[in-house]
Design a protein around this ligand. Sequence first.
Ligand SMILES: [Ca+2]
Ligand SMILES: [Ca+2]
Ligand SMILES: [Ca+2]
Length: 445
Amino acid sequence: MRTLLFSLLLLALSACAGSTTSQGSLPPATAPVSRPPAATATPDLPPTAQIATPAATATPTAGALMAEATPTKARATPPPATPPPPPPFPPRIALQPLLTLPDPITYLTHAGDGSGRLFVVEKQGRVRIIAGEALLPTPFLDISGLVLARGSEQGLLSIAFAPDYPSSGQFYVNYTARAGDGATVIARYRVSADPNRADPATAEVLLQFDQPAPNHNGGQLQFGPDGFLYIGTGDGGSADDPWDNAENLAVWLGKMLRIDVSRPGGYAIPADNPFLARAGALPELWAYGLRNPWRFSFDRLTGDLYIADVGQNRFEEVNFQPAHSTGGEHYGWDTTEGLSCFEPRAGCNTAGISLPFFAYGHDQGCSVTGGYVYRGARYPDLAGVYLFGDFCSSRIWGARAQAGVWQSAALLDSGVNIASFGEDEAGELYVLDLNGSIYRLLAVE
Ligand SMILES: [Ca+2]
Ligand SMILES: [Ca+2]
Ligand SMILES: [Ca+2]
């Protein structure tokens, strides 16, 4: 593992060293969607200082989180002889239009197969391929006959390719189904003999659970650095978690799930899942207390997990789970929203709750869209920065932990209804407008 990480580090360093030439082959970054926002957020302060919150809640948390966020030194050993200084913060970014699809889109990723293809998820139930910046006319997968996409948060919500996709041809989808009137389905499929076409007849439903309301269906799938499949589920919907699902370990809703899909037929429970010994708890649970973790991602270099959790009426938040976590975190909902008490509104007990490292009020947005830590080669200024945004305000932020302290800043008012961020195989990032437009995310001078 250490050897692998060290190799990755060397790769990243050599990529940085070669950045000047690789940048020269890019189109000029002259198409920012809009200007950077006015400096409403204080760039160099920890984000906890940005929002008004009861001091009793915020103060102990900030200290604890900063300690937790200290980069794990063991991972980077042996260190390079002269580590490069971190790039200045905040970076300047812009968006550059890539393509516009005719239908609403929810996600973009890659297959990890060296093909350079981008896979774009259409809300109605199709997966499209972009190859060489062109949209292929025939979908990779079309399961629109199975997908219920009526509500704004319903549809085909994400796709994740197995870590061994080049040999297994297997991938996973998360959608709300016509069967069960919007029930969540996690299903496995395989590619056909044509690498640009999946075989719909290979469908195998791994998990299906009811959704009591059309909203808060989670939707993200990601393979972790441990090879297990992580699944974010929302609290089921309506408002205020009326069924108190998120804190109930006996139900699927409001959770992060973790399952082993490495063997044929169904799935297995990883032997170190945190609630195996807890009577009445579902063994698939990895973490709980989530409201609607619409997007989460792993830092491909460090393995740290960033979970953006959509808030109720006051705060949006992003949670940090270090790579060495053994799971079982309670992310607060619906005892807390952001850094504040939610139920009850005052005097809530935050003992044992993992509070977010970044929260913002609804003066700056209304629905957080989690993104990725930039690990690409083209833009060294973005190295190690977690980029994320808000669907309603279109704002994009950057955040990073530097010497154990979180730095964060608003980077761009993008004008995009940010449904998702996407990452290609090279680690370059994309921003998706729900309405169908895809943008490259660039650093600019
Ligand atoms: Ca729901
Ligand atoms: Ca409640
Ligand atoms: Ca929370």
